[in-house]
Every structure is written in structure tokens, then in C-alpha cells.
Write a protein that binds this ligand. Structure first.
Ligand code: SAM
Length: 208
């Protein structure tokens, strides 16, 4: 299935040049959303089903995850998802500035060892890539149940003038909104009694 359906669903190779979002979907879309590291794709396909007028791209290099996601796409019949079966970073570089209205990075790898912390996607380099593609007023959603990564995320995101944390009360980062379904990692964290931090941030407008 990967041999046939993955090429059909994939965006063009982003290392070959800039991508034009409008050319990626059969029908015109109101907006472009992107999920980085979608795992098995349950959140990606749920969002696609709820939002047929939105074009979604999911990036995930893990082959088992891609296979599960393609099955979910085909079972649900959604027509508004494209995939990138590799590292998300070249994709972020190939998309036009300010072209993405929502960006999901759910339970990214926490890279537990200190010497690997620089690989964390929510970190200085990753945030540069994300801030570039997000449209003014666009939204970044991220979540983690890893206590050390929670502190790291808050430190980097709150220090970054390009992002505004939307939480006004503790429930805003503790209670799951209706339009943010659980992923596999989230369900596992709940089973194991690990509190999940859910962050919603707005891309501040670029200076005029
Ligand atoms: C801990 S899993 C979480 C999966 C899913 N988001 C969930 O919540 O169930 C992190 C995922 O991010 C993917 N990943 C890690 N680095 C990535 C990158 N640079 N680009 C795209 N995906 C990445 C991994 O392959 C893995 O599937």
C-alpha cells in the first residue's frame, strides 16, 4: 500500500523547490493546516473529516505510522489530506511564508537526554521554521505529557515574541477542547496518569 498510495497522496519533494499550496489539492481550499509528527494519523484524519474545506498536510517519517494513516484516510474517504513521509523541516522550508493557518505538533519526541535537547522540534530552530510559515494570527497547537519538555516548551515559547500563549486560566492548558481529539500518545499518557499540557499559541502579526 505504501508503494502505491503514498506517492498518490504525497506532496512533491520539498527539496526540489518551493511548494505552491494551491496546487496540492484537487479543489480550492479555504486554508492550509499542517501536522508535524502525526504518528498514526488519527488526529490528522479527524481534523480533515471535520473540516472538508481546509487542506491538510501531515508530515511523518515513521513507516508504520504512514501505513496506519493511509488506511484511515482511505476508510474515511477524506479528500483533503496530503502527506510528506519524511522529516517535516524541508517541508517547512519549502512552503511560502505565512501560508499556514494552523500548525499541530502533538506529543513531539521529548529527547530525554540533555545532550539531545537541541533536537527538540519545539526549540529555537524549529520555532524559526514554524514562525515563518504561520500566517499572522495563525495558531500553533502543541502538547506534551513529559514534565521536562513541558518546562522547556514554556520557556522557549513564552520567550519568543512571535508567539502569544492564549491561556487565560489553568483549565485552558489542562482541559482538552472539543476540537482537539486525543492521539495515541495522549491516550497512553492518560492511562498512565501523566498530566498533559495542551498549548495554544497565536502567531503575532509581523511588523508592518
Ligand atoms: C511521540 S510520537 C507522537 C505521535 C503523535 N503525534 C501522537 O501524539 O500520537 C512523535 C512522532 O513525531 C515524529 N517525528 C519526529 N521528528 C519528526 C520530524 N522532524 N518531522 C516529522 N515527524 C517527526 C516521530 O516519527 C513520531 O511518530
Amino acid at each position: 500500500m505504501l508503494d502505491t498510495r503514498l506517492p498518490e497522496l504525497s506532496v512533491p519533494d520539498p527539496t526540489s523547490g518551493p511548494l505552491d499550496p494551491a496546487s496540492l489539492f484537487d479543489l480550492p481550499k479555504q486554508a492550509l493546516w499542517l501536522e508535524i509528527g502525526f504518528g498514526a494519523g488519527e488526529h490528522l484524519v479527524w481534523q480533515a473529516k471535520q473540516n472538508p474545506d481546509i487542506g491538510l498536510i501531515g508530515a511523518e517519517p515513521f513507516l508504520n505510522g504512514l501505513t496506519s494513516c493511509i488506511s484511515a484516510i482511505d476508510e474515511s474517504g477524506v479528500q483533503n489530506v496530503r502527506l510528506h513521509g519524511e522529516d517535516a523541516r524541508p517541508l517547512l522550508e519549502a512552503l511560502p511564508e505565512a501560508s499556514v493557518q494552523k500548525l499541530f505538533v502533538l506529543h513531539p519526541d521529548p529527547w530525554r537526554k540533555r545532550r539531545h535537547w537541541e533536537r527538540r522540534i519545539i526549540g529555537p530552530q524549529g520555532l524559526d521554521l514554524m514562525a515563518r510559515v504561520l500566517a499572522d494570527g495563525g495558531e500553533l497547537r502543541t502538547a506534551t505529557d513529559h514534565a521536562g519538555y513541558q518546562i522547556w516548551m514554556l520557556r522557549h515559547l513564552r520567550a519568543d515574541p512571535r508567539f502569544e500563549w492564549l491561556a487565560k486560566t489553568a483549565d485552558d492548558w489542562r482541559v482538552r477542547p472539543d476540537d482537539w481529539p486525543e492521539t495515541r500518545y495522549a491516550a497512553k499518557a492518560v492511562r498512565e496518569g501523566c498530566p498533559i499540557m495542551l498549548l495554544r499559541l497565536r502567531r503575532r502579526p509581523r511588523a508592518a
